[in-house]
Design a protein around this ligand. Structure first.
Ligand code: SF4
Length: 728
């Protein structure tokens, strides 16, 4: 079944009021009275507007990028870009970009910027890092990164002696689900998720708003699955874009998802609706699971979730009719209430009972074709002397942003004195902005590497302006889906202003730190060539094609000759986890009723727009024109009862007294009465980002509370309540 570009964009833009995507195109500058002579080229690269990293082709005319299109050979884009990817030139030609390295000669938070040379900026950082290492040890410098160039910074920190490289993608996003699935199957659901949506017959979305979260190839697969007739259950307090396509919309009471999941699991085991052969062969713990969930009846769950008991029964019986071609989507941003690993475990158990892991229309196994070796003959980094900052959480497999922040404040278990924030708006990413600022105040060095001057730069000592993804090389993108794909990022135009790519900054800084042995290549091209040579890929060929794929002859699904392996303690799917039990955690998820909003307050929910990536695209001219400010969704009946009108501006105050910027009210039937919702990433307070300045409200400024996941240290952020007041 073919999916037209129109179908794809339709689903991915409905949330913006059905806005048609029409990206203005830069015109070549024409000499007066002369026939223009256009020098044009099509250069493949990959997108960085979000982290799906779609392969794309840039049309360059007379030195200007005039159009971006999907690269048909790249599995992430398949020849199509989402609205944001189409608008990538808006980032390249943003007049507010950071243009020069700068030193803060004022105070942190009240900066006075002095333009300096690259040599001076990197020299300043090297001197501070050397002092920190001598005084506190190398682990006292940490990285917080969120973007492709972050791999170079991580490498530098390792060479320097620190393994404290963190990313919000773990504690604030995917970590809980990756751990929950790994505890069950011995492997996470992957990123991109290894879900066979296009062939699925029954899709369950629990708080995942596909389409509004516009991960390109996944939305294409979702549209295809729906077009082929897949039934869809959407569990969401809000009637999302996806809910508009659903067979069942279950407007669940926020925070009660585990109750629904346990009731579904109970019905499945009681009525023997599970895939018996699959469970007998591949799973352990069915008997214990049955015992643990027996009290979670549909009637009980109905009281908790406010979903009628008969609908709970009907949906799960229908689900089981389509097994194993069932996708229970694992979600993406899963840090909600602090019990998120256990919620993900419940979703993984449901997936297992449907026999969907390793089955067509369910989950596929990623290709086993070997990827690309690292650059050859690099020296080994020094042995870590002290533990990485993963807190006291047994399943924090990496240093977490929140333990880094806490350690920076307390100095325990050891002092942290330097942060490098790469492409990560730390104030808009981490909960509780006051804590982040308190931590920064304890530092001897704060470096920000970024493209745009969003408000977090005010807290830096040094700013390093990175060039955009259209102006630079980065490391290879190696995709492991059903096939192996290798995609190159290369400059399609030369860097503007004095901006530089991360590979260059890191190499220069490394040399200043006396770490030249770790950078034996003269430039990135030499580095990439060496990596590609090891896989017999010609650098020039990859530059020309953008993506090269390696088909896999192995079946991505379980067959008689292709038995699965489960990297758990038992070597089986663990419906009941002895490992969790031994560590004092629930071996089967249990439901604990979350705190409900006090009288007069609403639970604050937040999510994505298909037209923006977090806070980072709000200043992009074309995306800004399509969606300038976020709105506060509120149930129309509640709005009326409170005396608010659709479209009026209001202000939010949370349970701790934190106050938002003004935000436009959207009174709608599409949301429950006990919660409000806004798109994340707006409400910028930096005057330097002129289009984004004061547009909409910042959800993160209202997220002063967070609930820590005791298994892996994730920060549940849907535990804040707000009341609405009139704009003064
Ligand atoms: S999904 Fe859209 S924004 Fe993200 S990488 Fe692909 S084209 Fe770019």
């Amino acid at each position: 079944m073919s999916l037209s570009r129109r179908d794809f964009l339709k689903l991915a833009t409905v949330a913006a009021g059905g806005t048609a995507i029409s990206v203005p195109i830069f015109k070549s500058v024409m000499a007066m009275g002369k026939k223009p002579e256009t020098v044009a080229s099509n250069i493949p690269t990959f997108c960085e507007i979000c982290f799906w990293n779609c392969g794309e082709i840039a049309r360059v005319e007379n030195g200007k990028v005039v159009k971006l299109e999907g690269n048909p050979t790249d599995p992430s884009s398949r020849g199509k870009l989402c609205a944001r990817g189409n608008a990538g030139m808006g980032s390249l030609y943003d007049p507010d970009r950071l243009k020069h390295p700068m030193l803060n000669v004022g105070k942190r938070g009240e900066p006075k910027w002095k333009k300096v040379s690259w040599d001076e900026a990197l020299g300043f950082i090297a001197e501070k890092m050397t002092k920190i290492k001598a005084t506190y040890g190398p682990e006292a410098v940490a990285l917080i990164s969120h973007g492709t160039g972050g791999s170079f910074w991580k490498y530098l920190l390792k060479a320097y002696g620190s393994q404290n490289s963190t990313a919000p993608s773990f504690a604030q996003c995917r970590g809980p689900r990756d751990i929950g699935y790994t505890l069950t199957f011995g492997a996470g659901p992957g990123s991109p998720e290894q879900i066979d949506l296009a062939n699925s017959k029954f899709i369950v979305l629990i708080g995942a708003h596909l389409g509004e979260n516009a991960h390109n190839s996944q939305v294409q697969d979702f549209v295809e699955g729906i077009a082929r007739g897949a039934k869809l259950v959407v569990v969401d307090p809000r009637f999302s874009t996806a809910a508009g396509k659903a067979t069942w919309w279950l407007p669940i009471k926020p925070g009660t998802d585990i109750a629904l999941l346990l009731a579904w699991i109970n019905i499945i085991v009681q009525e023997k609706l599970y895939d018996k052969e699959y469970i007998n062969k591949y799973a352990i713990g069915l008997k214990e699971l049955k015992e643990e969930v027996k009290t979670y009846t549909p009637e009980w769950a109905s009281k908790e979730t406010e979903i009628p008991a008969d609908i709970i029964v009907e949906t799960v019986r229908e689900m089981s009719r389509y097994k194993p071609s069932v996708v229970v989507h694992p979600g993406r941003h899963t840090a909600w209430y602090g019990d998120d690993t256990q919620r993900s475990r419940a979703m993984a158990i449901l997936t297992a009972l449907m026999g969907s892991w390793g089955r067509e229309g369910g989950y596929y196994f990623p290709t086993k074709v070997a990827g690309i070796p690292e650059y050859p003959n690099l020296p080994s980094p020094p042995e870590p002397q002290r533990l990485k900052l993963s807190g006291d959480w047994p399943y924090a497999v990496e240093a977490t942003t929140t333990s880094l922040r806490k350690t920076t404040i307390t100095g325990k278990p050891y002092p942290v004195k330097g942060w490098i924030a790469y492409d990560c708006h730390i104030l808009k990413t981490l909960p509780n902005q006051k804590e982040t600022i308190e931590a920064i105040k304890n530092l001897d060095l704060m470096v920000v590497v970024d493209v745009l001057p969003y408000a977090h730069i005010d807290w830096a000592d040094v700013i390093l302006p990175e060039c955009t993804y259209l102006e630079r090389y980065d490391d290879l993108k190696v995709g492991k889906g059903k096939v192996l794909s290798v995609t190159i990022r290369q400059p399609v135009v030369q860097p503007m202003y004095e901006s530089k790519p991360s590979w260059w900054m890191v190499r220069e800084l490394g040399i200043k730190l006396g770490l030249e042995a770790y950078f034996p290549y003269k430039d990135i091209e030499e580095y990439l060539k060496a990596r590609l040579d090891a896989k017999s890929i010609r650098f020039e060929e990859l530059k020309e094609k953008g993506t090269i794929t390696f088909p896999d002859t192995a079946n991505p699904f379980i067959t008689s000759g292709n038995e699965p392996e489960f990297d758990t303690d038992s070597g089986k799917i663990e419906l009941y986890s002895k490992a969790l039990k031994e560590q004092g955690f629930d071996p089967v998820p249990k439901y604990k009723r979350p705190e409900m909003p006090p009288e007069g307050y609403f639970r604050l929910l937040y999510g994505r727009s298909p037209l923006h990536t977090f806070s980072r695209t709000v200043n992009n001219q074309w995306l800004w024109e399509l969606y300038k400010e976020n709105e506060l969704w509120i149930n129309a009946k509640r709005a009326k009862a409170l005396g608010f009108k659709n479209g009026e501006y209001v202000v939010l105050i949370n349970q701790d007294g934190a106050r938002s910027n003004r935000i436009k009210l959207k009174a709608t039937e599409r949301i429950r009465e006990d919660c409000v919702y806004m798109v994340h990433g707006f409400g910028h307070n930096s005057k330097e980002t002129k289009k984004a300045y004061k547009k909409g409200a910042d959800d993160q400024s209202l997220i002063t509370r967070y609930a820590i996941d005791p298994l892996m240290g994730g920060t549940g952020m849907r535990v804040n309540f707000v009341k609405i007041i009139k704009e003064a």
